[in-house]
Every structure is written in structure tokens, then in C-alpha cells.
Design a binder for this molecule. Structure first.
Ligand code: SF4
Length: 80
């Protein structure tokens, strides 16, 4: 479970915005992340856990790049 929900700027917002693949919704989601107090923690948490969506101001594709740079792999929630 996402541990920063209490302070998240996206709390109570339409989460469909954060799962858009392209278009203006991506920019809107990123705008929320840009003012979110937990964005760095959110991004670091999501890099190895979230395959889809905007997390910590990063798209799914951007997190693939971060994993590659850091030598990390995706371990989705619920996986051993
Ligand atoms: S950084 Fe973005 S996705 Fe993460 S908690 Fe904040 S608003 Fe939500």
C-alpha cells in the first residue's frame, strides 16, 4: 500500500488523471506531483513497485529509465 497517502496532493482527486497514457491528463497529473510534499518519496517508492500511471511526477516509461539507470527491477505489490 502507498505509504504517503495522508499527505498526497492527489488525495481525493480523480485518479483516472494519474493513469492516462498521454495527452493533457499527463500534464495535469504531473502538475499535481510538482507541488506535492511527498513527491520524492512517492517517486522512489513507485520506481520498483508501479508499472503503470504517474507517480512522483514520473510516467511509467520514465520509471523504466530510472530502473535501468539504477540497476533496479520492478517488483509489483503482492509479489514475493
Ligand atoms: S507525487 Fe504525485 S502521485 Fe505521488 S502522492 Fe504526490 S500527487 Fe500523488
Amino acid at each position: 500500500m502507498f505509504p504517503y497517502l495522508e499527505d498526497a496532493a492527489c488525495r481525493g482527486r480523480d485518479l483516472d488523471l494519474f493513469y492516462a497514457e498521454s495527452g493533457p491528463s499527463v500534464a495535469k497529473a504531473k502538475a499535481s506531483c510538482s507541488v506535492c510534499p511527498v513527491a520524492p518519496s512517492c517517486r522512489d517508492w513507485a520506481v520498483t513497485r508501479e508499472e503503470f500511471g504517474i507517480w512522483g511526477g514520473t510516467t511509467a516509461r520514465e520509471r523504466v529509465g530510472i530502473r535501468r539507470e539504477r540497476g533496479l527491477r520492478l517488483v509489483p505489490s503482492g509479489a514475493a
